[in-house]
Design a binder for this molecule. Sequence first.
Ligand code: HEM
Length: 433
Amino acid sequence: MHAGLSLQQSPPFSVPARFLVSAPLFGLLAALVMLWHGPEMLSNRWTSELLAVTHFLTLGFLAMSMLGAMMQLMPVLMGMMIPRPVFFSGIIHAALFLGSASLGMAWLLHINALFMIAMASLLFSFSMFIMMAAERLLRTPSRHATRTLMLLALLSLAITAGLGLYLAMSYSDAAFPLARQLTSLHLSWGLLGWVGLLIMAVAYQVIPMFQITNPYPLMLQRWLGWLIFFALITLSLIQIWPLAILKTISHLLLAICLLIFALTTFWLLHTRRRQLPDLTLNFWRLAMVSLALTALIGLSLSVSGMKPPALLLGVLIIHGFAMTTVNGMMYKIMPFLIWLHLSSRNKTLRDNDQRASQIKVPHMRKIIPEAAGLWQFRAHLASLILLLLTALWPQWFFYPATVLFVIAQALLLFNLSSAVRFYRAKLAELASG
Ligand code: HEM
């Protein structure tokens, strides 16, 4: 089942775990802020509460879990060694945690100094991570499309963070003019470049491996990511060279690429050889429906020239596509890591002739019980549907959507922290011999 994985390169459990468990903390924080502030926070795109919630989700939930997943997946998918993984992951995680929390709090509490702390921490965290990961990826002998896409995703993260920091300057210092024409570029590089390309990079390997599907077509693996990256560059050039036709073509290209990725993934999952029900499959399917809808809405807007309903697209892509994919992956990564680390401890005991001290390692499906994951999926799905309705009729759906969002994130936090507690209990069992 795990052919193609370099498991001996796996970093210590604490390296990815600290990122994965922190993510739903920010998800929960975002949901509680929404509940506290009420539907008025959606009165326009730029309310400080909405900007805070957006970044608790994009930085605190998404970047947090994606950095953690990369720390784990780069060694096992591409056999790369991360230097001093506990030390590096510790400082990158601490700075990202502090940066995400203080950026959101700066908007909520209107404290300029917090913007400064946020900017310094995020700059430190992202530059450390990008330099470390890019250097390793450039040196790995692997020539899989995943490597190229991860490099493009890292470049996109650097551009997103650069634009974000520039935009944040005007919030920290009133004398600095706000370059709002750059906001769309910032969020396009963030959501389509950083998040989109990284999800593709991982999907190309983990979908065929874990869902036992055919591989993605080679042409698609080779070109789709580059086309998205190219479209983002042309969108950026429009800032210097404002040609309406170039903008329409870039939007069309982006929408078509996303649609192709969503439909191909859906088809591969539909024709998979392993027909057992699987919780992560539900998450992948939901994520691909959301991505296809985002692309179709984007496509029809580019053709008709109408203005995009910002909140609807934001909910579809952030909650529907990105958070759903990450949420599903967490249910694969966390039990797998616990199983892997406990099994390798048993192996060491066997090698040292201490068979009697071995512990019973449960099946991966038992580490986070299917039923607990399924209930969390249902709450997540319901919160997505209600949040989409909120984007259209906020006064009616805001509170039910937010309550379900709180429940979904609290259940995710509970499920992940129960898995960590289970791992610690097993370690204690081992130590007591
Ligand atoms: C260093 C990290 C980041 C900083 C300092 C930052 C800062 C900012 C600032 C200051 C704005 C408001 C711009 C305005 O008022 O026009 C903004 C908007 C936005 N950012 Fe970020 N950002 C960061 C990372 C990200 C990432 C990684 C993503 C997505 C993956 C993201 C998604 C967004 C979105 C979607 C908006 C627009 C919200 C809206 O249109 O209502 N940001 N960001």
